[in-house]
Design a protein around this ligand. Structure first.
Ligand SMILES: [Zn+2]
Length: 154
């Protein structure tokens, strides 16, 4: 099982990504699943400046999966966020999104940057963006239109 990952946001805030959630996303970078990009949303909670990710959605029937494209079109992702919000009495909701790239060490594409910009302009709180490659992942934090890379602290 993959260990939990902790990323730093600036000097005093952190993003927690549990190992089991890493495993769920990483599964889509290998074998048949790795032939097309995959993705979903990250569900979790904002605790002060910290973000604790607790779950993620995975590709759904209505999503578009191509070798170099993932388009999260299925309404089920949004529905999962609403369900999490309701079940947790407002504690857990959408905290970001993830997708895979068919490369070892992923870097955000122009399309990724444009999509993330739209998401961060709509949200009043920070969002987490993760790209899974075959060897490593790229993680960023975004707010008010700009997304910056986060470093793993453990
Ligand atoms: Zn991408």
């Amino acid at each position: 099982m993959h260990p939990d990952l902790i990323f730093s946001i600036g000097s005093s805030a952190f993003v927690l990504l549990p190992g089991p959630v890493v495993e769920v996303m990483r599964r889509f970078t290998v074998g048949d699943e790795g032939r097309a990009e995959a993705g979903g949303i990250l569900i979790g909670s904002h605790r002060g400046d910290h973000i604790e990710i607790s779950d993620c959605t995975t590709p759904l029937r209505g999503d578009v999966r191509k070798p170099y494209l993932f388009d999260r079109k299925d309404r089920g992702h949004q529905l999962a966020a609403i369900t999490a919000w309701t079940k947790s009495l407002g504690k857990r909701t959408f905290v970001g999104e993830w997708h895979t790239h068919p490369e070892d060490f992923p870097v955000p594409s122009g399309t990724d940057r444009a999509t993330w910009r739209d998401i961060t302009m709509k949200n009043t709180v920070a969002s987490v963006f993760i790209i899974f490659g075959r060897e490593a992942l790229w993680a960023g934090i975004g707010q008010a239109g700009s997304v910056t890379a986060m470093k793993v602290v453990s």
